[in-house]
Every structure is written in structure tokens, then in C-alpha cells.
Design a protein around this ligand. Structure first.
Ligand SMILES: *Cc1c(COP(=O)(O)O)cnc(C)c1O
Length: 465
């Protein structure tokens, strides 16, 4: 078994790191600084208005640290949307099969493949291992329909103790759907009492404890509440060695951290694209099925393809025979064979616009800046204070290998509303989680070191520090 990853060395900062000039110097040296201008940053004024307003009319942008919930709109989106609308209005149904010169979009029939190919680079997959379809929770259900096949002896699903409600409900209902009792078949993996981070060793030992009757493990790549990034490779390998199928919910990991889903041998994964992916509220989602599960074997005859059982629809069928309407299902090899419906082209358009921004750089570059940006946030938050004097605690791991762009700040009881109000008044958008947590997520594509500096100033002022 592989050893869990070593913690990364902490960054060190000079004494003048607490000055605004230092933050500005980091921005000036930032190789990704031009990307901010590829996004529309809401203005402070916009945030207060109750009318439909044009964005950014007032010159003062807000500080948007909520990309873990909904990423900002790329400027490319309206251009792509216009191309989509013009295609539909000018050639109608022909848009399904015709590539138009000057359009950034392929014919609608190939749009999901266009998006899947680009997305595969963000998650470390082969293009055929990624499908762009549906929404996260629906895709999770479809994946569980194929990968969760409980027997009398192997029926448990292991998941995290504070799973995002939708994941929890999906798993609970799948277990009931198979006529089983969630009290017996659902195992929650949690940290020790009073803790928020689950050590890899603890996860591995819980896997061992349930190895004989566990069918499937589903964990979040990054836990939405604590911000912990799990060691996907080590956990996957360990669970698979115990005969457990391994799926990952990458809602908070997609477009945030580097992933190598193929090399890590993950069985399946699902994610949404509207958080760090910037594809727009409720946008079309992605899924990964390892190539070993996507094979279609015709050795028993052209009419008898052998493939992994799944819930099917016509868009999972081979494009060459999709419109033959002969009702003989031949799946596309790979993740594409798990598609069900004709995907929404408008939805794919927004996703392709967002992916066009990611295409101009790489996850390696994005992650490099992200580690620095979040490290700087952590440094400023802790600087000049002690564990005892601080009215808050960072519950996200301090090891950059064990977190993404988000820090979760657990406030002393009773402070949340006052802090949230002060941040709102200062034009800072971040996420509050009752009872006591503020989640702060500087997104490397559009946030700056100076914004981090300004946030910490306002945050400490709100706490009278
Ligand atoms: C954001 C998020 C979801 C949202 O699911 P939808 O199906 O897109 O509504 C589900 N699970 C996790 C872990 C999330 O972070």
C-alpha cells in the first residue's frame, strides 16, 4: 500500500507581507493576472440593487470569494450564447449537423463531445472517459444504478459523516430502492470528536473495518464544509484492494485542484460545473467512468454487444446508428455510453464558454497560483495573533496538499451574524454556514492578492481584532 502523501512545506512570508504594497507586488508578478479581465466582476453597487442591472456599471468591483458556490460569469459566455441563438434562429434543425464558420461552437450533435474532450484535461482523464450530461445528483443516481449492486453479504455504502445533503439523500434512497435498510447499509466516515478533518489513516481503518460487507465507497474530493481535500489516490487504491467500488463526488474539486482520475484508477466520479468551473447556475454537469468499465464487446456478434449494465437512453447509443430508430441499443464505448437524453445545447454553450477560459492555461498553473493565494490568506489571518487570542479557528487543513482554494473559518459562538453583516457592508461576498462557519474561497482565475489583503483587514475589524 502506498504511504499517504507527505505534507507540503509551508510557505514563508517576509515581515512586510502584512502591507498592502506587498499584496500589490504579488499581483504585479502573477502570471495569471490577465485572466481576471476575462470575467465580469459584480460591482458593490450591483450587489445592493433589487432591479435587473447591467453589471459593473459602477467602477468599484466587489470582492467575490464565493466561487466555491457559484463561479463568476466569463465574458466569453455572452459571445457563445449569441452564437448559439444565431445558429438556432438562422438554420433551425440544421444546427444539429452543421459546423458554422466563425462560430466557436461545433454542431449541436458534437457539442457534448467537444465539451467532454476539453473537460477531460481538467480531471486527468482520457476524452472517452468523460461524459457531459445532466446534473450532479442525477448523474450520481445513474452511476449508482450501474455501480451499486448490493448482495446479501456485500451491501454497505461508505460515505462521509457530513455529506452534502443531496449526496446523502441519493445514497439513502438508492439503498431503500434496493429494498434495504439505510441503518444497516449506510456507514458514515467521520473525524474524531471535536475535529473537522479526517486523517487518511482513519478512513483506511474504517474501510478495513467494513471491508467484508461494503460494496461501495463514495467520498467528496473536497469536503464542502471543512474544505479538506482527500488523498484520492491512496484511498481509492486501498478500498479497491478490499473489493470495494470507489466513486468520488468532485463538486468542489473540479477546476480547483489537479486530478488524475485515470491514473488513480477511480471507478467513477461526478461533478457539477457551476462552482470553480464558472459554467453558470445549475449548468450541465460532468461524469467520469474509467475506461475499464466502458468497454463494449462484440465478440458474441454484432447484435449482442456485452457491456456494463446501466440505465440507458438513446444518447448513450452509438451515433452511427442513433437515428436508425431500430431499437437495438449499441452503447458508445466509454463514458459517452452512459448518456441518456439529447443534452441542452444552451447549457452546453455556457459550459464551452467557461472551458474556453480554462483552455488558455492549465490546472497546473491555476493550482500553483491557488496554493499561493490561499496560503497568503492563511498567513494574514494568523499573523500577529495566537491560538488563544483568536476569536476564530481555521478548520481547513493547513497542509496545501490537503485543501483547495477554500478556508473554513469557525467563529466563536454568537459572532457569525455580526461578521457576515460587516463583510456584506464592505462589499465582500463569501458564504456563511450556520451556526458558526464562514467559508472563504479566493478563486485563482479572478481573485487577487490585494483582495485577500482587503478581506483580512475587514474580517479582523469585524471581530475587533
Ligand atoms: C454543490 C454540490 C451538489 C449540488 O448538486 P446538484 O445536483 O448540482 O444540485 C451536490 N453535492 C455536493 C458535494 C456539492 O458540493
Amino acid at each position: 500500500m502506498a504511504e499517504p502523501k507527505e505534507p507540503k512545506a509551508k510557505q514563508s512570508f517576509p515581515p512586510d507581507a502584512v502591507t498592502r504594497e506587498y499584496a500589490e507586488s504579488l499581483d504585479a508578478a502573477d502570471p495569471l493576472r490577465a485572466f481576471r479581465d476575462k470575467f465580469i466582476i459584480p460591482s458593490k453597487e450591483n450587489l445592493k440593487t433589487k432591479k435587473l442591472a447591467k453589471p459593473g456599471l459602477s467602477p468599484e468591483p466587489c470582492i467575490y470569494f464565493c466561487g466555491n458556490s457559484l463561479g463568476l460569469q466569463p465574458r466569453a459566455t455572452s459571445q457563445y450564447m449569441e452564437a448559439y441563438l444565431d445558429t438556432w434562429s438562422s438554420i433551425g434543425v440544421i444546427g444539429h449537423f452543421r459546423d458554422l464558420e466563425d462560430s466557436p461552437l461545433k454542431q449541436w450533435q458534437l457539442l457534448s463531445e467537444q465539451a467532454a474532450e476539453q473537460m477531460s484535461r481538467l480531471v486527468g482523464a482520457k476524452p472517452a472517459e468523460v461524459a457531459v450530461m445532466g446534473t450532479l445528483t442525477m448523474n450520481l443516481h445513474l452511476m449508482l444504478a450501474s455501480f451499486y449492486t448490493p448482495s446479501q453479504t456485500k451491501h454497505k455504502i461508505l460515505l462521509d459523516w457530513k455529506a452534502f445533503p443531496s449526496d446523502h439523500y441519493a445514497i439513502e434512497s438508492q439503498i431503500k430502492w434496493h429494498g434495504r435498510d439505510p441503518n444497516e447499509s449506510m456507514v458514515l466516515i467521520g473525524p474524531d470528536e471535536e475535529e473537522h478533518v479526517i486523517p487518511t489513516s482513519k478512513i483506511l481503518s474504517i474501510i478495513d473495518e467494513h471491508a467484508s460487507d461494503a460494496a461501495l465507497l463514495l467520498l467528496p474530493g473536497i469536503q464542502y464544509y471543512s474544505g479538506q481535500l482527500f488523498d484520492i489516490e491512496t484511498i481509492t487504491r486501498h478500498a479497491q484492494s478490499r473489493g470495494i467500488v470507489v466513486g468520488w463526488d468532485l463538486a468542489h474539486a473540479y477546476a480547483n485542484v489537479e486530478l488524475k482520475l485515470h491514473d488513480w484508477n477511480v471507478d467513477f466520479a461526478v461533478w457539477c460545473t457551476y462552482k470553480y468551473g464558472n459554467a453558470g447556475p445549475g449548468a450541465i454537469a460532468g461524469l467520469f467512468v474509467h475506461e475499464k468499465h466502458g468497454t463494449v464487446d462484440y465478440s458474441q456478434g454484432e447484435d449482442k454487444p456485452v457491456f456494463r449494465p446501466r440505465l440507458t437512453g438513446w444518447y448513450g447509443g452509438d451515433r452511427a446508428v442513433r437515428f436508425k430508430m431500430d431499437n437495438k441499443f449499441k452503447p458508445i464505448p466509454g463514458a459517452g455510453g452512459f448518456q441518456v437524453s439529447n443534452p441542452s445545447a444552451v447549457d452546453l454553450t455556457c459550459l464551452c464558454a467557461a472551458l474556453s477560459v480554462f483552455n488558455k492555461t492549465s490546472m497546473t498553473e491555476i493550482r500553483k497560483k491557488s496554493v499561493r493565494l490561499t496560503g497568503y490568506l492563511e498567513h494574514l489571518l494568523l499573523e500577529g495573533t495566537t491560538d488563544e487570542s483568536r476569536p476564530f479557528r481555521i478548520i481547513t487543513p493547513s497542509d496545501p496538499n490537503a485543501r483547495g482554494a477554500q478556508l473554513s473559518l469557525l467563529l466563536k459562538p454568537g459572532l457569525l451574524n455580526q461578521v457576515a453583516q460587516a463583510l456584506e457592508d464592505a462589499g465582500i461576498v463569501c458564504d456563511k454556514r450556520e451556526p458558526d462557519v464562514v467559508r472563504v474561497a479566493p478563486a485563482p482565475l479572478y481573485n487577487t492578492f490585494t483582495e485577500v489583503w482587503e478581506f483580512v483587514k475587514q474580517f479582523k475589524a469585524a471581530l475587533a481584532m
